[in-house]
Every structure is written in C-alpha cells, then in structure tokens.
Design a binder for this molecule. Structure first.
Ligand code: SF4
Ligand code: SF4
Length: 424
C-alpha cells in the first residue's frame, strides 16, 4: 500500500469538480468525468468478484498444497541467518556489535539464497524466519521476502526494530511480508535501550507498529526471558503501549554448539538458577491468562519439566520438520547442534533426522514441535495405512500427546492463522 491511499483524495477531487463548473467547458468535463466514474463504478462488483475468485483460487491451492504435505506431517519450517552483522549491543548475544566475536562480516549471497529457497520449497518448507544479526541490514532483504513469497512460502522477519523507517516498511510490505517479530527486553524503555545500545529504539518501535498495522504487517513482540523483566504485568502494559497485541517468549541460551552466536555464557541478565528459571516460566504461564502469549501452555509446561530435569512428553522435530540454515549455507537440524546435516545444495536428497531429541530449550523448535505433534501423527498414520499397517496407524493416532497437541493448536489457532496468512 502506498501512502497515496492514505490521504483524502476524494475531498480534493470534489473541490476540483466544483471549480470545473465555473465555465461551460468545466461543466462538459465534469459531466464526462461523472459518466466515466459511473461506468467505472458499474465495473466494481465485477472487479471485486475477480479479486475474490483469485483469492479463493489461491486459498484452494494452499489447501491442496498442505494436503499433499500431510503424509509427512504438513509444511516444514526453516530459520535462516542472513547476516552476522548487527547494529545492537545486547548483553546476552554474541552478535553484539561491541563483543567483536565475529572475525568476518558476512551477508548471504542473494542468488545462492534463491537457489537454496527452491530446494527448501521442493522438500516441503513453507514457513521461513529471516534472522541475523540484524536481517533488515541485509541490502536484499525485500528481494529475499519477495522471492520466498513468489514460491508460495510465508516468510517472517525478526528485528530489533531500529531500522524500521516508513520507506523500509513500505518495501517489505510491497515484497509481501505479513509477519514481523520485534525484540523487547524490558518493561522500561531505559533498560531496553541500554541493553540494546540503541537510544530511542522504543519510540521507533511504537511508531513502526502504527505504520506496520497500516501496511498490513502483523507484529509480535519477541521477548527473551531475562532479569530486566522484574514485573510481567508491567511488561504487558508496556507491550500494549508499544502497539503489540501478541508476545512470544524465547528462553535464554547460555551456550550453543553450532556456528550461531545467539547466546552468552557470561551475561548476568540470563544467569538463572533452576528455581529462578522455573519461577520466570511460571510468570509467563500466569501472563498467558490475560495477555495473548503465543507459546503454547503445553510447551511451557514441557520446558518447566526440562528445567527441573523431569520426564519430557513431546519429541522435538528439529531435523525432521524444522531446520536452520546458517550464514555459510549449511543446513542444521537446529542451532544447538554441533554438526550440520550438510550443505543446503544437498537438502533435496538429505536423510531427515527423527530421533525424538529433547536435549535443549530452543523455543522455536520446542514450541513448533508441540504444535506439529498432532499433524506428524496424522502423517505417520497415513503412511502406515498406505502400507496396510492399520495397527501402526491406530497406535500413531492413539497417543495421549496428540490430544494435548491438538488442544494447543485450537487454543492458539486465531493467532497462528494470522501469522500464517499470505493475504490481508
Ligand atoms: S539479540 Fe538480535 S539485536 Fe541483539 S545483538 Fe543479537 S542479533 Fe543483534
Ligand atoms: S531438542 Fe534442541 S538440540 Fe534437540 S533437535 Fe530440538 S532444538 Fe535441536
């Protein structure tokens, strides 16, 4: 949408029509214009019809696409690190501009990324998250979004929000972006800006949220659980003031084994004892009762059990349904894993991994695995049925965890639907 749609054109045209009536030629042109307007209005229902038909056609294509992917549990997801460069200085992250842990500044090559997206698509990936570093610093970010959308994928962008000018937002909206995750660390602006090393970023985020809404991009606050959050109620109030309607929490990472630097083993902001971590997660559970928190309740319970070293119920699908593409075009099952599955160019022939891993608290993988558990069971049942193994199909569907997964899907459905959409 361009800003020309947002000003008051009809009124200005009305003034012009009145001045046209001051002489005869004005009357003629006003008459002809009225006739033309009338003719155009007569076509409007037809145009509306065509748009609606196009929309239902693309909806139908999406439904058929999802059905075709069901034997493997539906669409796959991939996180992509497009640059290791960041303009922020977050204490709990190794990409911080001040830590100088990056030996070489890197930007994903756009052409190679397009070829990678082709391969990902052919192997069932439909949801992407572009992250960094700060992904909006990549000069080809809008083109990356546009290319993914043209393939039929649903990309989202994770950003600290500092670069979100109206021009940048307009470019991303035009490219087809519908979802953006914006990081928030604290209820107080000064704490957030101090940690990020970005003065004035709170105000920029508030302004960006107004614009993003106008441009049809849904935003979600992305909050890392950290010690700057001394009051979760205050955090909710701040999020509302900033224009957020939904929040998702990520859990602090003290170490990662892959090439990702989104962790810190020295930050006091994420130095939690077991009890403190459980308390923080319980605070998120409480917040969920009166503010839309995207993390499913089942996943929060699972991560609390993980923190307490108790039994886990949901297998993680990192390597089977969820993947991470690093800056060097290596595909990993997740950013916690030390060894890549291989270069993305081999993705189409790569053996996927399904070993019921439950090793870490990486939120995107663990939350998604709760949501995906039921569709994966349906896929297992479909494949077993095709082989005539009705006993196995029954076993796949009879797992108790399926109903918990389904309950999570139902309770978060409205938000997930908005985040997954390709049209406004
Ligand atoms: S958390 Fe994000 S914004 Fe902060 S330093 Fe890391 S990559 Fe940059
Ligand atoms: S549990 Fe953690 S380490 Fe295991 S596959 Fe999932 S994200 Fe990776």
């Amino acid at each position: 949408m361009s800003m020309t749609h947002l000003d008051h054109r009809p009124d200005r045209h009305a003034d012009k029509d009145l001045s046209d009536l001051k002489d005869l030629s004005g009357i003629c042109s006003a008459f002809q214009k009225a006739k033309a307007d009338k003719a155009q209005r007569a076509h409007l229902p037809l145009q509306k019809n065509i748009v609606q038909k196009k929309r239902s056609f693309s909806k139908m294509r999406q439904i058929l696409d999802v059905l075709s992917l069901m034997p493997h549990g539906g669409p796959n997801i991939c996180n992509i690190t497009v640059t290791n460069v960041c303009n922020a200085a977050c204490d709990f992250c190794g990409y911080s501009r001040d830590k100088q842990l990056i030996s070489e500044r890197k930007w994903m090559d756009f052409d190679r990324l397009c070829r990678a997206l082709d391969s990902l698509y052919r192997r069932g990936v439909r949801y992407l998250t572009f992250s960094g570093g700060e992904p909006t610093l990549h000069p080809n970010m809008p083109e990356m979004v546009a290319y993914a959308v043209s393939l039929g994928m649903r990309p989202s962008v994770v950003t600290n929000g500092f670069t979100l000018t109206e021009a940048r937002i307009a470019e991303l909206a035009q490219a087809g972006l519908k979802t953006m995750f914006i990081s928030i660390d604290a209820p107080k602006a000064e704490d957030h800006e101090k940690n990020r090393g970005l003065k004035g970023v709170f105000g920029r985020i508030a302004h960006a949220n107004t614009l993003l809404k106008r441009y049809g991009i849904k935003t979600v606050a992305s909050v890392t659980v950290n010690k700057l959050i001394d009051d979760f109620e205050h955090l909710a109030t701040t999020l509302k003031e900033l224009g957020f309607e939904t929040v998702t929490f990520t859990y602090p990472k003290r170490d990662l084994n892959s090439s990702s630097l989104v962790f810190s083993d020295s930050s006091s902001l994420i130095d939690y004892s077991e009890d403190e971590m459980v308390q923080a997660l319980e605070n998120v559970q409480t917040l969920k009762k009166h503010f839309p928190v995207l993390n499913p309740a089942e996943s929060l319970r699972e991560i609390i059990r993980l923190t307490k070293k108790e039994k886990q119920y949901f297998p993680c699908y990192g390597g089977y349904k969820y993947f991470w593409l690093d800056i060097d075009f290596n595909i990993y099952r997740c950013d916690f894993w030390a060894t890549p599955m291989g270069p993305v160019e081999d993705f189409e022939t790569m053996a996927f991994i399904r070993d019921d891993c439950q090793m870490c608290n990486s939120v995107c993988y663990r939350d998604s695995s709760v949501f995906l558990h039921f569709p994966v069971s349906i896929g297992d049942a479909l494949r077993a049925t095709a082989r005539g193994r009705f006993d196995k199909a029954f076993m796949a569907l009879a797992q108790k965890t399926n109903w918990r997964s389904l309950k999570s899907l139902i309770s978060e459905w409205r938000t997930l639907k908005k985040l997954a959409r390709t049209e406004s």
